[in-house]
Design a protein around this ligand. Structure first.
Ligand SMILES: [Zn+2]
Length: 385
């Protein structure tokens, strides 16, 4: 299997740290709303990856962090006069429901980041002891001048990194330094720590969740492309401080955006489509066929008509599924191999679906496929028949 690695900017052969085991960390939801189509695309992409890896004999261990230490969650709690934990728990349950509706079974670890605050505190202490972190203005920052690879993931030079107005504070050593613990702002909700009352900063939340679940290395970090900077750049810089591996994360694998009339689908722009609404209307099979018809690295411009258009293909799949035989003809066998080879090639689902459509046409025209081979393909795509 080969995957485009955003760190090296090339399609690398995927070689996990542990033989035949892929450990995947996906940046998960912020717990204040339901899953929209852009989020659904992300989780469906890694579900497809895992299903394909299973077909290729790998086991997977997939961790998703659920962010509940976040201003949006606090605001929602305030608006509804509830404790933030009540809000977070509610949306975590709704997230699990959405995953279930999407037929996503590959995620085996879901972590509330607030369960890890003690660990965050001890990790930050360790960074302070190692003198790669420092206090300034009551906050704790990572001294990025001590990390010579800082900027490599987002392909930025020091000069470029310094241009960002990020984690601003009056006594920062370097403009590009990132916050680890924030004591200087009032968030309405806060956690006690030896650094003072405040909140562990976003990137440190992920770093700790990853360290506590996977140890000092893992294979794939996933999420939306826009998370590369500052979020993943900061996470990687912090993570390296705890790892002896030069590259503690083997591959950075990003999913393109879902756009609505050319703009990013986001709550703040008010152009969000909820995945549960689409599933109710079209079913998860059509949603998968629609989203997988674009390569995962490309953006998708949302067009509801295009989901409906996939009905023809789904009917073809269902019809072909009623015509399975004892054995698979050799030319169909070759196409099944091509289908899997397309997914081996940086998860080229667009090509894989075209091949599957061709297979179905040939089965309907009288060629033979075994029930087992047909089911293998459906299982990889997550299509239920
Ligand atoms: Zn994250």
């Amino acid at each position: 299997m080969r995957i485009f690695n955003s760190f090296s900017s090339v399609i690398d052969t995927f070689e996990p740290f542990q033989k035949n085991m892929a450990r995947v960390f996906i940046c998960g939801p912020t717990l204040y709303d339901y899953t929209h189509l852009g989020h659904a695309r992300i989780f469906l992409t890694y579900d497809l990856l895992c299903r394909h890896l299973h077909e290729r004999g790998y086991r997977t261990d997939v961790l998703v962090n659920m962010t509940d230490i976040n201003q949006n969650v606090f605001n929602k709690a305030k608006d509804e006069s509830k404790d933030y934990a009540t809000i977070a728990k509610f949306y975590a349950q709704e997230f699990a429901k959405d995953l279930n509706l999407l037929n996503i079974k590959s995620i085996n670890r879901l972590a509330y980041v607030s369960d890890y605050v003690d660990y965050m505190e001890s990790h930050i202490s360790e960074l302070l002891n190692k003198k790669v972190a420092y206090y300034a203005n009551g906050n704790v920052y990572l001294d990025t001048s001590k990390i010579n690879t800082y900027g490599m993931l987002s392909k930025q030079s020091r000069a470029q990194l310094q241009l960002h107005r990020l984690d601003i504070g009056p006594s920062k050593k370097n403009q590009e330094d990132i916050m680890l613990w924030n004591c200087s702002e009032d968030f309405d909700f806060s956690w006690k720590s030896k650094f003072g009352k405040g909140i562990p900063w976003w990137h440190m939340q992920d770093t700790t969740v990853a360290l506590e679940n996977f140890g000092t290395n893992y294979d794939i970090h996933g999420g939306a492309r826009e998370l590369a900077y500052p979020h993943h750049e900061a996470h990687l810089a912090q993570y390296k401080m705890f790892s002896t591996d030069e590259n503690p994360v083997k591959a950075w694998m990003y999913v393109g955006l879902v756009l609505s009339n050319g703009e990013k689908m986001s709550k703040s722009l008010g152009n969000v489509v909820w995945s549960r609404d689409l599933i109710q209307k079209y079913g998860q099979n059509l949603l998968r066929l629609y989203l997988f018809s674009t390569h995962y690295r490309k953006d998708v411009n949302f067009d509801e008509n295009k989901i409906a258009e996939k009905k023809q293909l789904l009917e073809k799949i269902h019809l072909a599924g009623t015509k399975t035989s004892e054995k698979t003809d050799s030319e169909i066998s070759k196409l099944v191999d091509d289908f899997l080879a397309a997914l081996d090639d940086d998860l080229n689902s667009q090509k894989a679906i075209e091949i599957f459509e061709n297979i179905c046409s040939q089965i309907i025209a009288g060629s033979n496929i075994s029930y087992r081979d047909f089911e293998r393909i459906c299982q990889v795509l997550g299509i239920t028949t």
